[in-house]
Each structure stands twice: as C-alpha cells, then as structure tokens.
Unconditional design. Structure first.
Length: 364
C-alpha cells in the first residue's frame, strides 16, 4: 500500500521511523455531471472574480478571509516558519484505557508501518507494550497543514492510528433529546431485551453495501443495453407507533423467523388461525353414524323414519304395553338398534311383519 506521510513515532526518548498508510477506502460510486442534450462533460473552471480570467493551479495560493470580506494572503513559507513540533512526528503524550475515548471523536483510520529494518525492534516493543497494558496511546501529529489528535492501538500485528476530533469540536447535544416526559414500563423493557437477545450478534465481515451493488448491476446492464427499469417499491410512510408492545412482540417473532426459530405462536401469526379440521371431521362422522340407521328387512330407511321408530320403541318400553302392536314396534326397534348382523335384522323384520298382519285383519 502507498504511504501518504513519512515521519516517526516519539515514544519518550525512543524514535520509531514509520510510514502512514490509509487503513480505509471508500467504495461509493461517484457520478459525473453531463449535458443532457449531448452527454458532454460539465467541468468547473477556476476563474478570478476581478478580471474574469481562468487561473492555472500554479498561480493559486491561500488566503484567510476576514469578517469584513477582506482577504489576507498566506504563503507556504509563512506556514513553514511556525513552530510545529509534530510536523514530522507522532508525539505520544499519554496512555489511557480504550473505553475513555468517546466514539464521537473517531475520525479517519491509518496503519503505521515500520520504515526500515532499524524500526522493527522499537516498533515491536511499542506494539507489545500496548497489548500487555490493554491501553491506547494518545498522540499529536500534523497532516495536511494542520495539527491533529490521534489514538494508537493494536490491530492484529500492526499499530493503527485513529484520527480524533479535538474535544472542543464535539458539539453538546442540546435540544436533541425528546422534550416530553416519557415513562417506560418494565414489560416494554423486557420485550426490548428479548428483541436484543434474539437479534444477537453479527459477523461484521458479512455486512455489505446492498445499494452500491444494485447501482453497479444497473450500470452493467445499461452498458450492455439490457436494462429494464423495475417498478419502484414504495415503502410505507413512517408514522407514530400506535401500540409499542405489539410492535415489539411482532419484532421478536420476525427476528426469530429470520433465524429459523419460529415457535408455535409465530407460526400461527404468520399463517393465520388454525382451524381444528380433525375434530370437526370426527364429530361430523359420529353424527352421520347416529343419523343414518342400518337397513331393516333389506329396505332402506331414512333418518326421519329411524327417529320415529326409536321414539315409538322408547314410549312402548316405558308404558310396558302388552299389546301386539307395541310388542311388534319394540321388537323392530330392538332389532334396528342392535343389528348385530344383516341376517338377524332380516329375520326380525319378517317376524314383525307376520305379527302385525293378523292384528290388522282382526281389527277390521
């Protein structure tokens, strides 16, 4: 990797020659401005406001603008004469626990590479000292014309440096927090804890920029002439949360579903109410069996006839009637209820018919 700055780490009386290398890079896609009419590039020209002429880079210098609009020229020679001890040195001032550094101060990150064979030993000494102390080093350095604050820590077998904003560059969060008084219930906190536990940890190396990949795919498709714009997906407009508890519960179930941990409640939520079809089928079968009596005497009987016959048999049994008609009805009902076999039912039906015929003739 190409170094952007050469200097040394000042560690007490120890000087460690190092090279500064960018530890990060931007993968964002940049676009050019073009003329829509013919696709020509739009470029910016540096023009002097006084004479309207374009000025080459060699004739452009620095200047500080006063409040009244007047400009004070500042040359590189003026800046070089300033007493800047950190111009070529990363000067370590102290060592502190890493958790004392406010993440809001974090800026650009760099790798510090040992510059030459003589730098290997003191470089390794500082690296191992940082490891054993479990602390980070706070240092000053100068880069791109200004003095900066930095933090040195160990990443694998390399010393890394994070640029830090100066403390007075961090704005106080005044007027940012909600102004209304809000109380949070324990149940809501429990659900929030459950959601945090369900989401768990993430492998940072697995995260990637989905939007950049989509833009790259679109550019490739346009370059090949096969791009077809898809219908834009409209996200629901954000609004006030009506039921926080319900939103938390759904979030927990959704997180479990994404991790393959769907429970019975989440399954019901996803598929709707489950109708107990098996119970209904069993009940319907029992009702059908009760409502459809077996044939007597080889003849098919309806449900209404079976009910009428059963009712007559029950009444005859309660009254203990001795008449032939009641006896015949009782015999027929008993045969229909028991029906142990088709042959028995047929025989009983024939007997009942024979017994009933004389009674009708005698009555006539």
């Amino acid at each position: 990797m190409r170094s952007i700055w050469n200097g040394a780490i000042s560690f007490g009386l120890v000087s460690i020659p190092i090279k500064l290398v960018n530890a990060t890079e931007s993968h964002s896609i940049s676009f050019r401005q073009i003329h829509l009419g013919d696709g020509g590039r739009i470029r910016y020209r540096k023009v002097c406001e006084l004479d309207g002429e374009e000025v080459p880079s060699a004739e452009i210098g620095k200047g500080y603008e006063e409040a009244d609009g007047s400009v004070i020229p500042i040359t590189d020679e003026d800046l070089a004469q300033l007493p800047l001890a950190t111009a070529k040195t990363i000067e370590i001032m102290s060592f502190v626990p890493a958790d004392e550094i406010d993440p809001l101060q974090m800026d650009a990150a760099y790798y510090l590479a040992a510059n030459g064979a003589t730098a290997a030993k003191p470089y390794t000494l500082l690296r191992e000292a940082l490891k054993r102390s479990r602390k980070v080093a706070i240092a000053k350095y100068a880069l791109r014309g200004r003095e900066r604050l930095g933090m040195l820590r160990v990443v694998d077998d390399v010393i890394a440096m994070h640029g830090l904003l100066w403390p007075d560059e961090i704005r106080a969060p005044e007027g940012v927090a909600p102004e209304v008084t809000v109380s949070v219930r324990e149940a809501e906190l429990d659900l929030a804890d459950a959601l945090m536990a369900t989401l768990g940890e993430v492998d940072m190396a697995s995260l990637h920029d989905d939007y950049r990949e989509a833009v790259e795919a679109m550019i490739a498709a346009k370059a090949g002439g096969g791009f077809e714009p898809a219908e834009a997906v409209r996200e629901p407009a954000g609004g006030q949360v009506i039921d926080l508890m319900a939103a938390l519960e759904k979030s927990v179930r959704a997180a479990k579903a994404s991790r393959g941990e769907m429970d019975a409640e989440a399954e019901a939520e996803r598929g709707g109410e489950v109708t107990p079809l098996r119970r209904k089928a069993r009940g319907a079968g029992a009702g059908a069996a009760a409502a459809a009596p077996k044939a007597v005497g080889g003849k098919k009987s309806t449900a209404a006839s079976a009910k009428k016959t059963a009712a007559s048999a029950s009444a005859a049994t309660k009254k203990k009637s001795t008449t032939g008609k009641s006896a015949a009805t009782k015999s027929t009902s008993a045969a229909a209820a028991k029906s142990t076999s088709a042959a028995t039912a047929k025989k009983t039906g024939a007997a009942a018919k024979k017994a009933a015929t004389p009674r009708k003739r005698s009555s006539a």
